[in-house]
Design a protein around this ligand. Sequence first.
Ligand code: ARG
Length: 283
Amino acid sequence: MSVTPATPTPERTATPRHFLMCEPVHYTVSYEINPWMDVTRHTDAGLAVRQWRTLRDVYLDLGHTVETIDPVEGLPDMVYAANGATVVDGVVYSARFRYAERGPEGPAYQKWFADRGYVTHTASEINEGEGDLLVVGDVILAGTGFRTDQSAHEEAAGLFGREVVSLELVDPHYYHLDTALAVLSSDPADPQVAYYPPAFSDRSRELLERVFPDAIRATERDAVALGLNAVSDGKNVVVAPGAVDLAAALTERGWNPIPVDTSELLKGGGGAKCCTLEIRSAR
Ligand code: ARG
């Protein structure tokens, strides 16, 4: 009888991260720009703030650095800091939002970076920051279809001098790439992602299968909890508690899933990753 040796669980390594977040003191749903948002539903800014602080404290306990930007009244979506910009090698590509309601957030985030001495570039093309531009190893995966224009992918490639791989999103519930795909390891030697296949066009799904043959395929149950909107430091993965299949797959493959409830922020269509902008300094 031959026994197939069990594949050893890989050893994962956490690296300290630098995050920018925005406390949701003005949180509400006052317009609808994605299918999760419903202006008739009650929202609780106090609860949103408590959940947000728990998320921030989890990052601090993991040893990460968290800076904050002052929330602006009348910009309730500013809590979704990931959309505010994309920062690679210390260079800031500003966001330019699809919808007028979020328009002023781009300059607000850009000013935060400029005031701190970062080189910032005002975007010519419509892009919603890390909502659609995800750094995985040496490449940038870029979403399009609902928010970020394809032309912004080229703009980002030119600015950052990195290969940008375009992915087409087809389900309005997963309107930003970071709602359909999570970066688990950004180590150029071992880039790893999890994603929800039905959120992508056939061509993009085939591309993902080719580039990431070992990726975790999330289930519908994971996706509807916005489980793909997760934040990984290479070992610890902050993830929505409802994403139980994803959490099990992560554990099996050597990651440490940390469930954090951001249910109040889900009413705006966002989760942990949406609230977290990563500042990547020059290597
Ligand atoms: N209400 C926001 C919008 O529709 C949610 C943004 C969520 N952010 C994200 N990174 N996916 O624009």
